[in-house]
Design a protein around this ligand. Structure first.
Ligand SMILES: Nc1ncnc2c1ncn2[C@@H]1O[C@H](COP(=O)(O)OP(=O)(O)OP(=O)(O)O)[C@@H](O)[C@H]1O
Ligand SMILES: [Mg+2]
Length: 231
């Protein structure tokens, strides 16, 4: 059976300076491993909040998150971190690479302090090659272009072999051509490695190239459509 991540009646309320904002309202969503899903909606509609909650980087104010049909709110912080390590790779619009580490070291960073069965450096080198940056092993982020930095960030997200890749506007800071290279990389990871991909975008054309499109507005999930059948 394939793994799934599920949100049940999720709400997220932010409170501050006497202002309350419902970033998410009654969101129900189930994503199965291997899916290729886009999330689109206006600025402030709750896309990043939803992605953070699905990726267990944040917790909902109410409602339930389930993984393999089991509630995650029963997990301790340590169990949650292990869950994330085993399952989730995250990619951010601003790349979030560590500026003082080389490309290779950035890719290896999530493995720090973790016992794994493979050679960490060799795995990081393989990923660097996969994203087409074999010759940039010793480059610092500042010595790389935006597209190259995002490719390093993708390699870093994959280093622990997650079942899901969650990407918050991964092409948002890139020109169209570089964005297409990144998109093709996400697509091939989905098709060839069976990695579930969930990506946020502002671009309707890109959103329609996923297999399934989630549309958000004012914290609500307003549409969940199959846009392309799986090949
Ligand atoms: N840490 C926070 N504290 C207070 N309010 C927040 C916080 N994070 C998000 N919000 C609010 O929650 C709502 C949803 O924000 P979110 O970042 O999820 O939107 P988004 O759809 O990702 O927008 P964008 O397309 O601009 O990235 C917004 O009204 C935002 O102001
Ligand atoms: Mg956002």
């Amino acid at each position: 059976m394939r793994n799934s991540i599920e949100c049940r009646e999720i709400e997220k309320l932010f409170k501050g300076d006497g202002i309350e904002t419902y970033a998410l309202k009654d969101v129900n969503l189930k994503i199965t491993e291997g899916e290729f899903v886009s999330i689109i909606g206006p600025s402030g509609s709750g896309k990043s909040t939803l992605l953070s909650i699905l990726g267990t980087l944040d917790i909902p104010s109410s409602g339930e998150m389930l993984y393999e049909n089991k509630p995650t709110n029963k997990l301790s912080n340590k169990q949650m971190a292990d869950f994330r390590f085993e399952n989730i790779g995250f990619i951010f619009q601003q790349f979030h690479l560590i500026p003082t580490l080389t490309a290779l070291e950035n890719i290896m960073a999530p493995l720090f302090g973790r016992k794994v069965t493979y050679d960490k450096k060799q795995r990081a080198q393989e990923l660097l090659e996969m994203v087409g940056l074999k010759d940039k092993e010793n480059s610092l982020p500042a010595q790389l272009s935006g597209g190259q930095q995002q490719r390093v960030a993708i390699a870093r997200a994959l280093v622990h072999e997650p079942n899901w890749l969650l990407a918050d506007e991964p092409t948002g800071n890139l020109d169209t051509e570089t964005g297409e290279i990144i998109f093709q990389l996400l697509l091939s990871l989905n098709r060839e490695k069976g990695c579930g991909v969930l990506f946020v975008t502002h671009d309707p054309e890109l959103a329609n190239r996923a297999n399934r499109k989630i549309e958000m507005r004012d914290g609500l999930l307003i549409a969940d459509t199959v846009v392309n059948q799986y090949a």
